[in-house]
Ligand binder design. Structure first.
Ligand code: GLP
Length: 263
């Protein structure tokens, strides 16, 4: 696990973009597969990736995108659906064609239909060869995707009820908390763990406790993001405020300086 602590959110976004590019540019065999996250946290990262495209460092025109999650019961064309959010915040910024974007289907008429679509989503990720780099944010309660506390560390893409704290956190995007959906479909922790590289970005003091629990707390379903501890290639990019709860800070800073070539 690599923990990079930057002076400010812009610099954290630059670190995260470098980690994403490194993970994608080493994929030689086919078009790349990028896992996309919604939320405010990755916006600077998407802007950095857009700048990399403009410089000619990378091209997402043949990249396949897979969203982490989607609300149940709001149509894909709704302005707050995660499909629309990702089209506006990610695809249009980095030049990933809308037709290459895959999002879990939360519009099935029955639980069984949504579950079948969730199973098909995992199967599609596997069929394209797996996700090369998965971008992640973190919820203030430690969720990743929409895997709320209590989620099995082996879970697959499935229906989840949103925690009250998550609905309150996301109420700012809706006309009041009563309009925030109560359920979602999210990639499971077992699903997202299969991505070849995970890049998590978190900024601001509201994330400090969740970040500390994820990195330094016990591996536990109570902090779903602690599942990152099981992954062999994780880069966590923080600003000072999000890193404020970490106890092992000196070690992360020293490690970020790299391997001494004289040894
Ligand atoms: C949302 C999303 C997560 C996201 C998190 C943090 O509910 N499902 O994927 O990482 O909450 O959002 P933000 O970055 O806006 O704080």
């Amino acid at each position: 696990m690599e923990v990079l602590i930057a002076a400010n959110p812009a610099s954290a976004a630059a670190h995260a973009a470098s980690a994403v590019l490194e993970g994608l540019l080493r994929v030689k065999r086919r078009d790349t597969v990028l896992g996309l996250a919604t939320g405010s946290s990755p916006l600077g990262l998407y802007a950095e990736l857009g700048a990399a495209v403009a410089r000619g460092d990378i091209d997402f025109s043949t990249t396949l995108g897979f969203a982490l999650d989607e609300y149940i019961g709001i149509s894909p064309s709704h302005r707050q659906s995660y499909r629309q959010t990702l089209i506006n915040d990610a695809c249009s910024v980095i030049g990933l064609p809308e037709s290459n974007l895959n999002v879990p289907d939360g519009m099935g008429a029955t639980r069984a239909a949504i579950t079948a679509a969730a199973d098909a989503y995992d199967a599609k990720i596997a069929a394209v060869g797996g996700i090369d780099v998965q971008i992640l944010g973190i919820g203030s309660n430690g969720h990743v995707g929409f895997n709320e506390p209590g989620s099995s560390l082996a879970s697959r893409t499935r229906i989840m009820r949103l925690a009250n704290q998550t609905r309150a956190d996301n109420a700012r995007f809706f006309d009041g908390i009563e309009h925030v959906p109560t359920h979602c479909v999210t990639q499971g922790l077992g699903t997202l763990r299969e991505a070849r590289r995970l890049v998590l970005i978190a900024t601001g003091s509201a994330k400090a406790a969740a970040v500390a629990a994820a990195i330094e707390g016990p591996l536990s379903a109570s902090c779903p993001a602690s599942v990152l501890q099981l992954h062999p290639d994780v880069v966590i990019c923080l600003d000072e405020a999000a890193a404020a709860g970490l106890l092992n800070r000196e070690y992360y800073d020293a490690s970020a300086l790299g391997f001494p070539v004289t040894v």
